[in-house]
Design a protein around this ligand. Structure first.
Ligand code: HEM
Length: 151
């Protein structure tokens, strides 16, 4: 993985990660309330949950874990590989990523209130996009690998 986040973003994300960890469950619950208004997204999780009910909750937790390691991205390589594999199994697509961002960032503000300033949310938005781009690229490769090869 390459590092292309600005030093200012890394500083803000790391400084606010403990608050997200502390309020992680509330943020996760709020995020899913917002996310599942979109029935296409809800269906992705409903089908997956039949196999593993608790896993959707790991999504927000993984984003927080990413924030804690935002200055040590090689430490996340294994986690990225597991997430990408699960996303390909559940047919997550690039166009779904902005919808998660649009649920997560307001959920952070809902729960943290004024502590989640515009500057903090902008930094988290940048960090999310960075991780999303890493996942989307890996998933694109896995989708290609899964295609039947022409005889
Ligand atoms: C940066 C963004 C994202 C992160 C960090 C993330 C993280 C994760 C993690 C950690 C898991 C569990 C993997 C495991 O089984 O070990 C997971 C599963 C899953 N994610 Fe994501 N995810 C992201 C974006 C998305 C998006 C955009 C969607 C689609 C709306 C999505 C849908 C799912 C689904 C359906 C599962 C499977 C849930 C289950 O097994 O019950 N994720 N994700």
């Amino acid at each position: 993985m390459t590092t292309s986040l600005s030093p200012a973003t890394i500083t803000i994300v790391k400084a606010t990660a403990p608050a997200l960890v502390q309020h992680g469950l509330a943020i996760t619950k709020r995020m899913y309330e917002r996310l599942f208004v979109d029935l296409e997204i809800k269906a992705l999780f409903d089908e997956a949950a039949q196999e593993s009910g608790e896993q959707p909750k790991r999504l927000a937790a993984a984003i927080v874990a990413f924030a804690q390691n935002v200055d040590n991205l090689p430490a996340l390589a294994g986690a990225v590989e597991r997430m990408a594999a699960r996303h390909v199994e559940t047919r997550v697509k690039p166009e779904h990523y902005p919808k998660v961002a649009a649920a997560l960032l307001p959920a952070i503000r809902d729960v943290l209130g004024e502590a989640a300033t515009d500057e903090v949310l902008a930094a988290w938005g940048e960090a999310y996009t960075f991780l999303a781009d890493v996942l989307i690229a890996r998933e694109a490769q896995l989708y290609v690998d899964a295609e039947p090869t022409a005889a």
